[in-house]
Design a protein around this ligand. Structure first.
Ligand SMILES: Cc1ncc(COP(=O)(O)O)c(C=O)c1O
Length: 357
């Protein structure tokens, strides 16, 4: 069976050595030495100032909104994984959807400003499939209207924009380290916080709001990463360069073979790619379903990322209609994309796809 992704597991012996260290000191959670070490190494690897590790990417978004004290309406994208929107609703915030650019699949800055009202407090864009948003334009709008920006950077691990980490834009960027992601800690996530003065608050919020044995200054939750997850991250980090190179080869083979057959996401000219997904845009939902069925018959399971468009969710008070997002959602498919995908498997996927166009 070939799925859209396959979790990469680093060397077992190396992982065991770290586990031995955890057993030796019996410190398994609560901001342990491995979590601290991973935070340090990730900050260096990514080129960011402050990184706070948490238990998953959904909670990273929630903590980001609470760290910034957001209330009211939030302008966001309808073309994302459901957690981008559900994290807002869970925190009593009201998602206002701004339609995407049909080529980049990111929020189109031209649509954002029209939606700003006196109730708007924040913009939550997503670097969709790791493709950098138009960060300068978004920043200009945010500054003009005094809005905060939280980037959902769940897909953007390692992406650089104009020579520096894309995570350095906005007030906070969040990452997901779920097992399906290119860098993972089994389950996990992080906040990259650009304002040093907010780091302490985020750290209380992930630890029940507790500052010390005397003080509980914030209403918090439990969002801590544990030591076993952190050591998975330490092992993964050592392999990232090699993994990036392998993913690039898989990505470029698809690109070469499918050029002119299907449409691709337009990549930001100013940013690097991390080759985490291979989305193809088809002519119609009918064509997509035909291809999906043919691949499924061969035990190949691409995924309809992202479907459905989030402006169709039942729990959204929605008179909102994002035409481009709905149209794109109906005919976009992510092909299997992972380092261990073999060339003959990839050729089979491509052949099946072309035969069913
Ligand atoms: C864009 C986006 N945001 C948020 C998340 C949530 O991350 P997690 O699964 O770690 O909670 C995901 C995860 O899959 C995602 O793709």
């Amino acid at each position: 069976m070939i799925n859209v992704t396959k979790t990469y597991l680093p060397d077992k012996e190396k992982y065991k050595k770290y586990i031995d260290q955890i057993y030796a000191n019996s410190w398994v959670t609560n901001n342990g030495p491995m979590v601290k070490l991973l935070e340090k190494r990730l900050a260096e690897y990514l080129g960011v100032r402050n990184i706070v590790l948490v238990s998953n990417g959904t909670v990273a978004l929630e903590i980001a909104y609470r760290t910034l004290g957001i209330k009211g309406d939030v302008i966001t994208t309808p073309f994302s994984f459901v957690a981008t929107t559900s994290s807002l609703v869970t925190n009593g915030l009201n998602p206002i959807f701004s339609d995407i650019d049909s080529q980049t699949l990111n929020m189109d800055p031209k649509n954002i400003e029209k939606l700003v009202t006196s109730n708007t407090s924040m913009i939550v864009p997503v670097h969709v499939f790791g493709n950098a948003c138009e960060v300068e334009k978004i920043e200009t709008i945010a500054k003009k209207h005094n809005l905060k920006i939280v980037y959902d950077a769940a897909h953007a691990f390692g992406v650089r924009y104009k020579g520096e980490s894309i995570l350095n834009y906005g007030d906070i960027s969040t990452l997901s380290f779920h097992a399906t992601k290119i860098f993972h800690t089994i389950e996990g996530g992080a906040l990259v916080i650009n304002d040093d003065s907010l780091v302490e608050k985020a750290r209380y919020l992930i630890n029940f709001g507790i500052k010390n044995t005397e003080e509980i200054p914030e209403l918090g939750t439990n969002a801590k990463m544990n030591e076993f997850e952190a050591v998975m991250g330490l092992c993964m980090l050592d392999d990232m360069q090699e993994l990036n190179g392998k993913r690039k080869i898989v990505y470029e083979f698809y690109k070469k073979e499918l050029e002119g057959v299907v449409s691709f996401q337009e990549q930001s000219e100013n940013s690097t790619q991390n080759y985490s997904y291979f989305p193809i845009i088809l002519e119609s939902e009918e064509q997509l379903k035909k291809i999906e069925k043919a691949l499924n018959l061969k035990d190949i399971f691409p995924r309809r990322y992202f479907y459905p468009s989030l402006d169709t969710l039942d729990y959204i008070d929605s008179t909102q209609f994002c035409k481009i997002s709905r149209d794109t959602s109906s005919r976009i498919l992510c092909l299997p994309m992972y380092v261990e995908l073999e060339l003959n498997q990839q050729k089979n996927i491509i052949k099946t796809l072309i035969n069913n166009i």
